[in-house]
Design a protein around this ligand. Structure first.
Ligand code: GTP
Ligand code: MG
Ligand code: ZN
Ligand code: ZN
Length: 223
C-alpha cells in the first residue's frame, strides 16, 4: 500500500503523519534486514560534510563491503551524481519543497535498489537539523554531522536531533581557528544533551577522526 498523500500537501485532518511514517519505517527496516543490509541515516546542517563523509567512506570501505546510497536532493541530482561516480547503486530522491526525507520516499528508493547485492546503505538526508529528527526512515543507525563553520553554538541550539542520534560528528576541525569556533565546546554540548552518545571530532580534509568513524560503521554492520 502506498500512502501517496505524503507526497502532497493534502493530508487529511486527523491523519497522523508521524504514526504512518513510523509504520512505513518499520517496513523499510524489515525489507533491509531480509537482505542483511545495515542502513545509516546521515543527517546534519547544510554543507556540514554529509556527502563528503559518504564519498570518503565509499573510497575506504567500498572494496570490502557492497555499498549503496540514497541521496535526498531538494532539486536535481547533484549529490546523487557525486556518489554515482564510484559506480555504486545510487537512488536520488527529490524532496521538492520538503526539508527532510520520509519513510515513504525511502520506500520508493528501496524498490529501485538491488537489495540482494548490498551490505551497507547510506541515506543522505536533506541538510536540516530540525524535522529529520521526527522522520525515521527504517535506518539502523542515525548519524548527525555538524561542522565548526555553523558556529560552535549550533549543537545547543538544536538539541532534539542530538537526542535521537547514535553518533555525532563535529566536522571541519581543520578550520576551527579560522572561524573562531571551539570544537570541544560542541562535543561537550552534545554529551550534555545525550550522555550515552558517541561524539567524534573530525576533519574530512586531514583525515582526523576518520578511523573512528569507519570503526563505528564496521561495528554497526548486521550479520
Ligand atoms: N575545510 C574542510 N572542508 C570540508 C570538510 N568537510 C567538508 N568540507 C567542505 O564543505 C563543503 C560541503 O561539503 P558537502 O559534503 O557537500 O556537505 P553536505 O553536508 O553534503 O552539503 P548539503 O548536501 O548541501 O547539505 C565542501 O566544499 C567540502 O569540501 C572538512 O573537514 N574541512
Ligand atoms: Mg550533500
Ligand atoms: Zn508513493
Ligand atoms: Zn522537513
Amino acid at each position: 500500500m502506498c500512502y501517496d498523500t505524503m507526497h502532497t500537501t493534502e493530508v487529511p485532518i486527523g491523519y497522523d503523519v508521524l504514526a504512518v511514517n513510523a509504520e512505513l519505517a518499520r517496513r523499510n527496516r524489515n525489507a533491509l534486514e531480509k537482505f542483511g543490509i545495515t542502513a545509516f541515516n546521515i543527517m546534519g546542517a547544510i554543507g556540514s560534510g554529509k556527502t563528503l563523509l559518504i564519498e570518503k567512506t565509499i573510497e575506504r570501505m567500498g572494496k570490502t563491503y557492497r555499498i549503496g546510497a540514497i541521496a535526498g536532493d531538494v532539486v536535481a541530482r547533484i549529490d546523487a551524481a557525486r556518489f554515482e561516480k564510484y559506480g555504486i547503486p545510487v537512488i536520488g530522491l527529490n524532496t521538492g519543497k520538503e526539508c527532510h526525507l520520509d519513510a515513504h520516499l525511502v520506500e520508493h528508493g528501496l524498490e529501485k535498489l538491488p537489495l540482494d547485492s548490498l551490505d551497507i546503505l547510506f541515506i543522505e538526508n536533506v541538510g536540516n537539523l530540525i524535522c529529520p529528527a521526527d522522520f525515521e526512515l527504517g535506518e539502523h543507525k542515525r548519524v548527525v554531522i555538524v561542522s565548526v563553520s555553523e558556529g560552535d553554538d549550533i549543537v545547543e541550539k538544536h538539541p532534539t536531533i542530538f537526542t535521537i542520534a547514535d553518533l555525532i560528528i563535529v566536522n571541519k576541525i581543520d578550520i576551527a581557528e579560522a572561524v573562531s569556533a571551539d570544537a570541544d565546546k560542541m562535543v561537550k554540548d552534545a554529551r550534555i544533551i545525550n550522555p550515552r552518545i558517541d561524539v567524534l571530532k573530525m576533519s574530512l580534509k586531514t583525515g582526523e577522526g576518520f578511523e573512528e568513524w569507519t570503526d563505528f560503521v564496521r561495528k554497526s554492520i548486521k550479520k
